[in-house]
Structure formats: C-alpha cells, structure tokens
Design a protein around this ligand. Structure first.
Ligand code: TMP
Length: 210
C-alpha cells in the first residue's frame, strides 16, 4: 500500500523541529516506517539550493527565489518523496508548497496564480495527505527564537514580513480545513505535544489519513 505524505508548516520560531519529533515518534509507535525530510533540501541538489536560498549574502529577486524553491522541490519529489511513498513508507516533511504560498506569495508578494501554476507543473498531482500548521503570534515566535544565530535570509526579515506569512498560512488553513490541522504553538511545549498527539489519535480513529 502506498504511504502517506504529511507536512509540517509554520512561521520561523513556531517550534516545528521539536514537534516533528513528536509526530515521528507517534507514527513509529503505530508501526509505520517514517522517512523524515525537509524543504528546501532533502536531496544533494536540494541541499545545495537551500544554501543559496538561506545565505544572508544572496541578494535574490523574489521570482528567482520562487523558482529555486520549486527546482529543489522537483528534485525532492522525484528522488525522495515519490520513491518512499511507492515503497509504502510514510513521508514526514518539514515544509512544502504551503511555505512557498506563505513566504513567496504572502511575504514577497509573488502572484499566487504563478505559484499555483508552478505547483501544478512540479507536483504533477502529488499533494500532502495531511498538514499540521503550527500557529503562533509573530512576537511570541521572535521571543522564542531569541538570538538564535546566525539568522538566515528569512529569519532576519522584519516582523511585518512574518505577519504576512502568518496571514497566508491561516488563510490556507481556512480554505483547506480537511487537509490542514491548526495547532496552537503558542502554548507551553508539553501542551503543544498533548494537542498534537490528541489530533493524531483523532485523525487515526476517524481513518482520515489511513
Ligand atoms: P526552515 O528554517 O524551517 O528549515 O526553513 C528554511 C526557510 O525557508 C524558512 O525561513 C522558510 C523558507 N521557505 C520559503 O521561503 N519557501 C519555501 O517554499 C520553503 C520550503 C521554505
């Protein structure tokens, strides 16, 4: 049986990396083979593109940025995601196209219809089966990030940029309520973990993602 494709999203500082481990642990405890990966990245070419994209010294046009995100994504889908799903593994991916909608569409102002056209072209029908959106206010996220350094090209953007990113993420969650589950990431870490595990159990029982 084909595996399932789960993505995690949220603004910088939402605590995704910690929560990723919770989801991984939960799935593995349910006997599933889990492939952990991330975007931009997940392949040698994708990781090289990631370096370019995050490098503080790259001065990049928003369309170039969008195209590089999708170039890395095509490689990732073809070499990592699709083969894993075909083997029957579950793929847990730190960010996917919703991040392009939120950061390049919302943050940078790249027209959404261009992003959707590229998404159709690159994804060729592949969509996440389930997405967790870790929602947190921008000031709280910033406070949690503290002086995490060195800040990359996105993290160092001002608060107004991240407010736009967050707004698009929330709009996406409202538009795709069946795919996107919103988790309040502003709670204490143990509370977030509990909410996440409750949601996973609910989705599992309702056979939403199996
Ligand atoms: P990370 O810090 O969560 O690994 O993500 C790297 C940065 O890349 C993060 O600030 C969000 C950004 N990003 C985009 O702008 N567009 C995208 O499509 C993806 C996947 C990430």
């Amino acid at each position: 049986m084909r595996g399932r494709f789960i993505t995690l999203e949220g603004i910088d500082g939402a605590g995704k990396s910690t929560h990723l481990k919770t989801v991984q642990g939960w799935l593995e405890a349910h006997g599933l083979e889990v492939v952990m990966t991330r975007e931009p990245g997940g392949t040698p070419i994708g990781e090289a593109i990631r370096k370019l994209l995050l490098d503080r010294t790259s001065d990049m046009n928003p369309e170039t940025e969008t195209l590089l995100m999708f170039a890395a994504r095509r490689e990732h889908i073809a070499r990592t995601i699709e083969p894993a799903l075909e083997r029957g593994d579950w793929v847990l991916c730190d960010r996917f196209t919703d991040a392009t909608r939120a950061y390049q569409g919302g943050g940078r102002g790249v027209p959404m219809e261009r992003i959707e056209r590229l998404a159709d072209w690159v994804q060729q029908g592949l969509e996440p089966d389930l997405t967790f959106l870790f929602d947190i206010s921008v000031p709280t996220a910033r406070e949690r990030m503290g002086n995490r350094s060195p800040a990359d090209r996105f993290e160092r953007e001002e608060g107004a940029f991240h407010e736009k990113v967050r707004r698009v993420y929330r709009e996406l969650a409202a538009r795709y309520p069946n795919r996107i589950t919103v988790i309040d990431a502003g709670q204490r870490s143990e509370e977030v973990k509990k909410s996440l595990e409750n949601e996973l159990s609910r989705l599992w029982k309702e056979k939403i993602f199996v």
